[in-house]
Design a protein around this ligand. Sequence first.
Ligand code: MG
Length: 383
Amino acid sequence: MPRIAALIVAAGRGERMGGDVPKQYRPVGGVPMLRRTIQLFARRDDIDLVQVVIGANDQAHYEAATNGLPLLPVLAGGPTRQHSVMHGLEALAPYRPDCVLIHDAARPLASQALIGRVIDGLNQGAEAAVPMVAVTDTLRRREADGVWTAVPREGMARAQTPQGFRFETIRKIHRDNAGGNATDDMAMVQSAGIAVQAVDGEETNLKVTTESDMALAERLLGGVADIRTGMGFDAHRFAPGDHLWLCGVKIAHDHGLEGHSDADAGLHALTDAVLGAIGAGDIGQHFPPSDERWRGASSDRFLAHAAELATKAGGRIVNCDVTLICERPKIGPHRDAMRARVADILKIDVSRVSVKATTTEGMGFTGRREGIAAQAIATVAFA
Ligand code: MG
């Protein structure tokens, strides 16, 4: 398998849109545009490295937008797009990728199929593969005298990104032409006499440039939300002790809970719910009770691990809901602390975390006060 890198150019100021926050950091479909764009690549098994180039003053925006994503250290771009791309290529060079896909942060809607076509083109031997979309509107050019003359559209197409290249080829071309102001990399390889293979682009792979593009992107995303849910259940038996852990909160009680780790049934059920939503097995597979490393372990690390896997898979935890089932201890006084702790572990707002409690009216093992059970559900949205 060739080693493929993605280089995402996010250094533009988006001057056509104005506003204090550059457009690539504004939310689209509830997720910062840059995060959405990065995830198009980060979630793929055939892409090994993701390098982002940002504007010199955008570090704080960048960090907020990309929290938890598996990325190479970010780079500040230069005065032009060409300059920024060259910076990114030089940063990737030590990793010796075979190919690179260069993509604009402002295209958050490229489909996985489109990216796959660019990669296929390279895998089949093309030096450069670029998605193209035929022009269907009638084209007009405004002449000096103000008259709009018709331009034949036959054979006309629009070039999109990601544009794929052999790494050393595009790197050499950038080195040989440093200081230029090319608006895309296809133009640069063509002036070096290299053939470009066209692959099918997509109308929906729009470049978000204006407020009306932003609105269109929102509408397109509204129809393609990919929402997944997972559920979890856990129970632990009471044992001698003077405290127990539930939903990451230590509670003084006349019993403890028995378990290999800290026996936090609430966090265990929720960990399974998150793993379930992303189809990643269960807590026992990731943290086997037979493994001495997890003896007495604090369960927040189990949940944090599940959340990290969800992020790596391209997901975003939308909300979760835990029900604790016991006669004692009373959960009400600890509910707010539990919600805050879970929100903290999952790195989501507390409004997205619910903790509820019920008894079983004296029936069953929880009713006999033999132990505590917990159920949880988690919702994960994919870009
Ligand atoms: Mg458990």
